[in-house]
Design a protein around this ligand. Structure first.
Ligand code: 0A1
Ligand code: ZN
Length: 886
């Protein structure tokens, strides 16, 4: 077998958007036969294609991508091709001189059982499954593996009947039957043209949960969720989420499902969250399996959001797909925006927005300010798998959200309708999407499109003056964006700033903006470097509420005094802005403590924060879920981002001290709140309101434990023991996790013993162990790598233990002796040999070295250098580590 080992890539080439050319040939149909065997799996395909008129006429080379397989034979229009009739390329083959219609038959052999990269066809547990996005199909058979080649698929799967009774692929099952030697087959036909990345197949001994959904036009769709034996009975929440997603998409977007069957398969080894293959979504089982005893409220909500996301791709991604991978945000930004809105409509809109902004700031802002910064539509890549990023997904969603704000809901919906009318069945670009929005609304989005092309997080400054005599408030806005790699000069972007003025009594004031009456809330558009806005007839004491709802993905530096922030934290009716005011106040106070600590002065938390927290606790109007968010202090990495240099230890200590102060000063209030809510929340109530009460109760518990008083520890230990729900158990364990006490040790051990046979729950335990701020955690992580239930190849296990340490434990990962960095480099190099995608993601924390002091920066770059110097590095890790050093 000529296995081109995927690893050796010392000088990987860069692919540029500007080099895009249409495919030379189109493939209309593919008939694929996969014969699964324990040793060698054979794959035969029959492609019926033609010359692409958009690319030219006359003879042209047909390029077929192919990797990590043995090519057995090639037949063109019935004639077997000999060696000289085609050329081998490093990552594919070329069949020259194809001018018109053609039929190409390809025979190959693969070994899915040896596929540790989890791209293409592989074995997960006892089943076969596929992952073809972005470029996995080429690991199954030779094919023009690019999203603008869309074909109709007919797929025949053959396998041993006893071991693989279930055989699935996209579309409709059109034939089944038995074969000799205990084997059987199934044939599937998908009537919709699709790119190869949406192909999927599964073979296994699986349990199925069946239901159905009647579409608004009255068609009945069979719904099936497949899991491995032992996991049946844990798919109810996913099924319910699916049905609600289908109804929401009809109602809000007018999108109806288009096949007669929709299937989901949950697999135990998966590189990402899930995959939207046409009619056959494949999921990381972590995002399907849930029941009351094993899943937290956060798990339930995440499952719901991911099920919705993948389902929503049926229209935004599958019916209309991407022309090339630079356009990835066309489907991902839009689909994330859609799933965010689904969750907001389903639960609490304000809480959802706060959570989304938290993620954007914690993960996307650092990416946008670091060496791997790239635009929502990147210009170049070495390995496309590295571009499934928070920028493409989450910032991409913010870009769609801004279009929604600028156009308004009605014109946005018209834009969507026009987009579908123009492009259904096509592979298109972000420009096509924006053009539909522009044409449907009549709003010029030319300048807006800079959001797709320009990397970096814009900084917006806002300053204002009040003229008491004239009763005017003059607001000065300005924007800048720092240079990012390859983009030294930045242009102004179009920033919608949702704005209100809050009067002394806490009410929104009527607005007159530059002489025009504008209701009591307006969207100010900042599309130049600077803009001045004058509000007239403004009473004394009014405070501007800016960037309401986080209306643009920017860093706002506004001239609020601490008193203004305290006022907004107590009164602002926009949930995001209210939360933000308290966050900003707390950030200022904790950073002042960091300064004090570094200067050798005693630290003390500003009393303004204590009283803002007390005000929040006393505000009976607030929903518990929102209050739980309001009372959470900014995390360590957020605080680190607010500093020129992230002083890891001082930030950790200052934050701990701030939490202790709040826990201690307001102890009686927390205790009363905790005890009151304990009586009010049934553990099996999964309503949004009950989840909110649990969140608030567990926030109170966190402060109680942090106070260090025995009543706090006792309540946490009792909560673990009561084991009423996984949410309560996990919250109590998390509250205990940084305290060196017998309660912690006993609780963790008991949790381990109870759940050691459930891999997904045991992952929670691995993460708790890895994210403890106690000294000795790194040694514990290394010890746990030999735990009998730790599978060093399984992405979920790696993310739980190694990722739990490197991403979830700043104070130990960034130990000043560099031990955390050395550990990560070893892990990246180990995992890269097996699974480059996972290794490359794991490597990310090291590229942020510029944020740290000289000693740490040196140790981080040393670790990166050790990685880059490894001769058999994958393209994936090479791209990230080398950009990290540049
Ligand atoms: N399209 C999927 C995510 C996904 C992307 C890449 C994968 O393998 C490299 C797998 C899944 C989504 O947005 O959910
Ligand atoms: Zn997606």
């Amino acid at each position: 077998m000529d296995r081109a080992d995927a690893a050796v890539k010392t000088d990987p080439s860069t692919i540029f958007l500007k080099d895009y050319t249409p495919p030379t040939h189109l493939i209309d149909t593919i008939e694929l036969t996969v014969r699964l065997n324990d040793d060698v799996t054979t794959v035969s395909s029959r492609l019926v294609g033609r010359r692409n008129p958009a690319s030219g006429s006359g003879p042209a080379d047909l390029y077929l991508d192919g990797e990590d397989q043995e090519l057995v034979s090639l037949t063109l229009d019935g004639r077997t091709l000999e060696k000289g009739d085609w050329r081998q390329k490093p990552e594919g083959i070329v069949v020259p001189g194809i001018a018109g219609d053609f039929t190409l038959e390809v025979e190959g052999r693969i070994k899915p059982q040896d596929n540790t990269r989890l791209e293409g066809l592989y074995k997960a547990g006892g089943m076969y499954c596929t992952q073809c996005e972005a470029e996995g199909f080429r690991r199954i058979t030779y094919f023009p593996d690019r999203p603008d080649v869309m074909a109709v698929y007919t797929v025949r799967i053959e396998a041993d009947k006893a071991r693989y009774p279930v055989l699935l692929s996209n579309g409709n099952r059109i034939e089944t039957g038995d074969l000799e030697e205990g084997r059987h087959y199934a044939v599937w036909h998908d009537p919709f043209r699709k790119p190869a990345y949406l192909f999927a197949m599964v073979a296994g001994d699986l349990m199925v949960d069946r239901d159905s959904f009647t579409t608004r036009s009255g068609r009945e769709v069979a719904l099936e969720i497949y899991v491995e034996p032992g996991n049946e009975g844990r798919t109810g929440h996913a099924m319910d989420s699916l049905k609600r997603s289908m109804a929401w998409d009809e109602e809000v977007y007018g999108f109806e499902y288009d096949l007669d069957i929709f299937m989901i398969v949950a697999v135990s080894s998966f590189n990402m969250g899930a995959m939207e293959n046409k009619g056959l979504n494949i999921f990381n089982d972590k995002f399907i399996l849930a029941d009351l005893s094993t899943a937290t409220d956060a798990d339930f909500q995440r499952i719901e959001a991911i099920v919705a996301h993948e389902y929503f791709h049926n229209w935004t991604g599958n019916r209309i797909t991407c022309r090339d991978w630079f356009q990835l945000s066309l489907k991902e930004g839009l689909t994330v925006f859609r799933d965010q809105e689904f969750s907001a409509d389903t639960h609490d809109r304000g809480v959802k927005r706060v959570g989304d902004v938290r993620l954007l700031r914690a993960a996307q802002f650092p990416e946008d300010g670091g060496p791997t910064a790239h635009p929502v539509r990147p210009d170049s890549y070495i390995e496309i798998n590295n571009f499934y990023t928070v920028t493409v997904y989450e910032k991409g969603a913010e870009v769609v959200r801004m279009i929604h704000s600028l156009l308004g809901a009605e014109a946005y919906r018209k834009g969507i309708d026009l987009y579908v009318e123009r492009h259904d069945g096509q592979a298109v670009t972000c420009d096509d999407f924006v053009a539909a929005m522009q044409d449907a609304s009549g709003i010029d989005l030319t300048r807006f499109k800079r959001w797709y092309a320009q990397a970096g997080t814009p900084r917006v400054s806002a300053d204002w003056r009040y003229d008491e005599a004239a009763r005017t408030l003059t607001l000065d806005l300005a924007q800048t964006t720092d240079p990012t790699p390859g983009q030294p000069d930045k242009q102004p972007v179009v920033i919608p700033l949702r704005t209100a003025l809050i009067g002394e009594n806490g009410q929104r004031l009527p607005l007159t903006v530059d002489g025009e009456e504008s209701g009591d809330e307006t969207v100010l558009v900042l599309d130049e470097a600077e803009r001045r806005v004058t509000f007239s007839d403004v009473p004394k004491g009014a405070v501007p509420s800016l960037l309401r709802g986080f209306s643009a993905p920017v860093k706002l530096d506004a001239a609020w005094s601490d008193a203004d922030l305290g006022f907004l934290a107590a009164t602002d009716d926009d949930p995001f802005s209210r939360w933000e005011a308290l966050q900003t106040l707390a950030t200022r106070a904790i950073l002042a403590m960091v300064e004090a600590k570094r200067a050798g002065r005693p630290m003390s938390l500003d009393a303004a924060v204590v009283s803002a927290v007390r005000d929040g606790l006393e505000d009976a109007r607030l929903e518990p879920a929102f209050l739980a968010e309001l009372l959470a202090l900014p995390g360590e990495s957020m605080l680190g981002q607010a500093m020129d240099v992230w002083h890891v230890d001082a930030v950790h200590e200052a934050r701990e001290d701030a939490i202790w102060t709040l826990g201690d000063t307001l102890f009686d209030t927390w205790l009363a709140l905790y005890d009151r809510l304990s009586g009010e929340t049934a553990a099996d109530d999964l309503s949004t309101a009950a989840m909110g009460r649990r969140a608030l109760r567990n926030r109170a518990l966190q402060f109680l434990v942090s106070s260090g008083r025995p009543e706090g520890l006792a309540r946490a230990a009792a909560q673990v023991q009561a084991a009423a729900s996984m949410t309560d158990v996990m919250s109590a364990l998390a509250a205990l996790n940084d305290t060196d006490c017998p309660e912690r040790t006993e609780a963790l051990q008991a949790f381990h013993d109870r759940w050691q046979d459930n891999p997904l729950v045991l992952d929670k335990w691995f993460t708790l162990e890895a994210s403890s701020a106690l000294p000795g955690t790194l040694d514990r992580v290394k010890e746990l790598q030999s735990h009998p239930r730790f599978d060093p190849k399984n992405p979920n296990r790696i993310r739980a233990l190694v990722g739990g340490f490197t991403m979830g434990n700043p104070v130990r990962f960034h130990a000043s002796d560099g031990s955390g960095y050395a550990f990560l480099a070893d892990e990246v190099l180990r995992i890269d040999q097996l699974n480059p995608q996972i290794a490359s993601r794991l490597c990310q924390p090291l590229v942020r070295w510029r944020r740290f002091d000289g000693e740490r920066a040196k140790a981080m770059t040393g670790a990166l250098r050790r990685i880059v110097e490894q001769p058999t590095l994958s393209k994936d890790v090479f791209e990230i580590a080398s950009k990290g050093l540049s």
